[in-house]
Design a protein around this ligand. Structure first.
Ligand code: SF4
Length: 432
């Protein structure tokens, strides 16, 4: 039985218990949200780790790793998986397209306790290229075989591009294409396949088979956004909306069948469209968990796209998005290094925290660190910071000797100058 089916039967599973202990939510609300498809539970099938995503739960972050066709280094990918987990990622996506894909996926699964996701189309097209020298020769059945194989290996969630169908392709043609064209690998390759074969996307046409496989393994379906915008000027266009509408329809079908389902979003989007983007997805999908890729709020931040995406991610989360895919400083420029993965995870964690301050009114750590700054309590400042080890090491590097404040202002430390005048007020008030 899937977590969703269990919740519908009134069974509170080990996975739900695991999530309940780590989130500020009641047992009834958690169970009700899973039953209604407003939250999902991802499970690392080799261990006991479960991650709850959706309504009433903290915003989660995903770190994507994986080889490219011209850079294949398994050791490096395994190291990235470990760095992402250590840095605080909630899930990993293994998105390799080069090398021995089965081996890479299985080795990544063996080094992480996080739920791992994939995009099965990547492997299906890769195998078609290896076998037929042409991805458009991919036999339809191959993608279903890959989905089942990856589920069997223990993949927890899959981005599947079922909403990309002939209708959404027609919208794309009628709107006179786009500034940045198509940027989803799975989406672009599937469109080429559909055009060359003059056929409907099998992941749409045979959606019942997709959900049948996922249900068997309780693998969470993440309805991919193959037409997501790759330019802020392309956001919210008719092609994106068409695919989103179809994904929301498919989400209904999958949930009615008992499959835990997430809907994916952008992409690139201007900052003033983020609220509408989240609200439209939530309304049309019956509040399905919303997974945003970044989103990036400008196109000019190459080298700093982890910052651009953290701004988009923080806003998206504050308006109700549930799951943020990190972006690294290498976005648009090259395959991320281990340092890029660490930087991307940190930026996304900050974004999720900022969003949760508004969405879930989670301000406890901010209050604690603020009071610690007022009181010049360095240990508490490290403890409540988003990266305690890093903040402490930076402090030690920048400050030599026994000083009360820090080298930023030296003797001009503002809290040190005035705290003796307000001790009584602090003791008497609520802000102690
Ligand atoms: S010296 Fe300046 S930066 Fe450092 S603790 Fe005091 S006010 Fe803050």
């Amino acid at each position: 039985m899937t977590e969703k089916e269990s919740a519908a039967e009134g069974i509170f599973t080990a996975g739900m218990e695991y999530v309940l202990k780590r989130e500020n939510i009641s047992r009834e609300t958690l169970s009700g949200n899973i039953k209604d498809g407003k939250a999902v539970i991802l499970h690392n099938k080799a261990g006991d780790k479960h991650v709850g995503i959706g309504l009433g739960l903290t915003t989660k972050i995903n770190a994507s790793i994986g080889t490219s066709t011209n850079h294949v280094d398994l050791k490096e990918e395994l190291s990235k998986a470990e760095i992402a987990e250590k840095g605080g990622a909630d899930t990993l996506m293994e998105l390799s397209v080069g090398g021995d894909l089965d081996r890479i996926r299985r080795d990544v699964l063996s080094v992480t306790s996080l739920p791992v996701g994939t995009v099965p189309l990547y492997q299906a097209f890769r195998e078609a290229i290896d076998k037929y020298k042409d991805p458009v020769k991919m036999p339809e059945d191959l993608v279903f075989e890959v989905i089942e194989k990856q589920c069997r290996d223990g993949i927890s969630f899959m981005a599947i591009h079922s909403g990309l169908n002939l209708m959404s392709l027609e919208r794309l043609r009628k709107q006179s294409y786009r500034y940045a064209g198509l940027v989803s690998k799975g989406g672009a390759y599937m469109i080429a396949w559909m055009i060359e074969n003059k056929k409907e996307n099998p992941l749409y046409e045979r959606f019942d088979e997709v959900i049948k496989i996922l249900k068997k393994y309780d693998t969470v379906l993440s309805l991919g956004n193959g037409l997501r915008a790759g330019a802020t000027a392309d956001s919210f266009d008719r092609a994106y909306m068409q695919e989103l509408i179809i994904n929301c329809e498919l989400c209904d079908i999958a949930r009615d069948y008992g499959v835990q389902t997430i809907v994916e979003g952008p992409g690139h989007i201007p900052i003033d469209e983020i609220e509408a983007n989240v609200k439209v997805q939530k309304r049309m999908s019956g509040e399905a968990p919303f997974y945003v890729l970044g989103p990036l709020v400008t196109d000019v931040a190459a080298g700093y796209d982890h910052i651009s995406s953290a701004i988009g991610g923080a806003l998206s989360s504050s308006f109700g998005a549930d799951f943020l895919c990190y972006v690294t400083p290498s976005e648009h420029l090259g395959l991320p290094s281990e340092d890029d993965v660490a930087a991307g995870v940190k930026a996304a964690k900050i974004a999720a925290h900022i969003g949760d301050m508004i969405k879930l009114k989670r301000t406890g750590d901010d209050l604690n660190i603020s009071k610690a700054r007022r009181d010049i309590d360095w240990q508490a400042q490290f403890k409540y910071s988003i990266d305690p080890g890093y903040s402490e090491s930076l402090f030690k590097l920048k400050n030599k000797g026994d000083i009360a404040g820090c080298s930023m202002c030296g003797d001009f430390c503002a809290p040190l100058r005035v705290r003796k005048y307000f001790r009584d007020e602090i003791k008497k008030g609520k802000k102690s």
